[in-house]
Design a protein around this ligand. Structure first.
Ligand SMILES: Cc1ncc(COP(=O)(O)O)c(C=O)c1O
Length: 499
């Protein structure tokens, strides 16, 4: 509300009266509460098309504004039914969080406060809160005091930022000033053949080149083979290439494999390479007692990428990057300009996030992370993650006990990969042609399942074969949901003609 000459308060779309803000908020909160209440009864994915949605949504630039009620109606009637509901307890696709309610409230508050966090001076308390929330994550991971970092848009950006820091430690200012061509030898990154493609993308964007990401073979549990890693580094050095970084995965996106972190850390140390761990999917599983031993060695990493918008259950978007030694990375990002000159002398007040990553303006993502952890507590979070692990193991046991499904990879965390095998193909070796038919059959089963709307799986390629892939990442998912899922897959298979 603003005053116009004459002292009358205004009430416009740009500057609404407090009463209007209360009305808008009440309508939004009412919708959010009802949505959470009824989410189990919604079809998991919409039955719609781009053409249908465009017909409902496209319109010319509006010259005149319209009432909030009309916009809310469009949201309720078109946007919601045209959305996939990742918070549904039987949404098992990709790596998607349900979006915990307290975080959606925090997102609203962050926008209402409109804090922007490039530096302490821009947002003193929000900056301190980001330090607190990042430090809680550091503690959850078991990293040493002194490690610290920042929130990012997501895991891809956290991986990109870590590789930029790693490259700078190795190459110094020369590459920052003159570009990748200023470095005398091709730089090499090592990661497993199962690593997320954001590593390759970062290498491309940083001028290192996708071809210089050397993929190390994996063992029978899809974990990086440490002997092959050592050999690859030695071969490359002998060939005149310049190894500088190893990227281990703590939860691969396809099967959830956690690389042997302690052994990889020892190799990285021996060869003086930066160790980055992509823990975007798996990292928070360290809070679950049954998974904790998998993360031994994580604290040795120079950097760790995480995604609170995955297994901390938060709504998108928020990623996180933790550096073991934050002060060491500043050279990679610091750039002097008059508008970034910090005049505070107290170090905590001279702090700027732009020294630790590429962004200048930054949303107050820390509020939703802080509110979620503080409201739920680490113990309850660990129990929820443990329940997700249990559901995936339960599905694996049901699959193993069945005669119409086949598990295609070990269940390491909460991802399970399997396929339907029709009676005519069971209990014998299949020819290549039959394998291809089985791929097509399972692909059709997945599409039918997704259309039906009771459960949702995505797909993966395991040893070149099509797999139905599920990832349990929702505190609402029960063991019974896993049984319903398998029945839904059977129902889909019954409607798809066998090869
Ligand atoms: C292992 C892993 N790394 C990185 C990413 C990328 O994360 P984001 O989608 O937040 O960019 C993902 C996403 O699924 C992932 O599973």
């Amino acid at each position: 509300m603003s005053d116009v000459p004459g002292g009358q308060p205004t009430d416009s779309a740009l500057d609404p009266a407090p009463e209007r803000i209360r009305e808008m908020g009440a309508a939004a909160v009412e919708w959010a509460a009802a949505y959470q209440e009824g989410i189990r009864d919604l079809p998991v994915a919409p039955r719609t098309s781009a053409a249908e949605l465009k017909a409902q949504l496209a319109e010319p630039l509006p010259a005149e504004g319209r009432d909030f009620e009309a916009l809310m109606e469009r949201f309720r009637d078109v946007v919601v039914p045209g959305s996939r509901h990742s918070g549904h307890p039987r949404f098992f696709g990709y790596v998607s969080a349900p979006g915990v309610a307290v975080a959606s409230v925090a997102d609203f508050l962050a926008s209402a406060l409109n804090a922007n966090l490039p530096a302490w001076r821009s947002a003193p308390a929000p900056t301190e809160l980001e330090h607190v929330a990042v430090d809680w994550i550091r503690q959850a991971l078991g990293c040493d005091e002194g490690a610290g970092g920042l929130f990012t848009s997501g895991g891809s950006m956290a991986n990109f930022t870590a590789l930029a820091a790693a490259r700078h430690r190795h190459c110094g200012d020369e590459v920052a000033a003159h570009g990748a061509a200023a470095h005398p030898k091709p730089l090499r990154i090592y990661t497993s053949a199962e690593a997320h493609h954001s590593i390759h993308k970062a290498a491309a964007l940083l001028g290192i080149g996708r071809a210089n990401v050397r993929e190390i073979p994996v063992d029978e549990r899809f974990r990086m083979r440490v002997d092959a890693l050592s050999r690859a580094i030695e071969e490359d050095r002998a060939a005149g290439l310049d190894p500088f970084c190893v990227v281990a995965s703590a939860g691969t996106v396809v099967t959830g494999a956690v690389d042997p972190l302690a052994s990889i850390a020892a190799v990285a140390q021996e060869h003086d390479l930066w160790l980055h761990v992509d823990a975007c999917y798996g990292g928070f599983a360290r809070l679950a007692p049954s998974a904790r031993p998998l993360f031994d060695g994580l604290s040795e990493a120079d950097s760790i990428a995480l995604d609170p918008h995955k297994w901390l259950y938060l709504p998108a978007d928020v990623g996180c990057l933790i550096y073991r030694n934050p002060e060491q990375v500043k050279g990679a990002f610091a750039l002097g300009a008059d508008y970034t000159r910090v005049l505070h002398s107290e170090p905590a007040e001279a702090f700027a996030f732009w020294d630790y990553g590429p962004d200048l303006s930054r949303r107050f993502k820390a509020l939703k992370v802080w509110m979620t952890i503080a409201h739920v507590g680490a113990d309850a979070m660990g129990e929820a993650i443990e329940s997700n692990l249990d559901r995936a193991r339960h599905a694996a046991a049901l699959i193993d006990d069945s005669d119409d499904f086949e598990l295609m990879a070990p269940v390491e965390l909460s991802i399970f990969c399997f396929r339907h095998v029709p009676a005519s193909m069971r209990g014998r070796a299949l020819s290549d042609d039959e394998e291809r038919e089985l791929d097509k059959l399972n692909e059709r089963i997945m599409l039918t399942l997704q259309q039906a709307g009771s459960s949702y799986l995505s797909n993966a390629s395991i040893h070149g074969r099509f797999a139905l892939r599920g990832c349990v990442l929702n505190y609402r998912t029960t063991r019974h949901d896993m049984e319903i899922l398998l029945d839904d897959v059977r129902g889909a298979a019954a409607t798809v003609p066998p090869p």
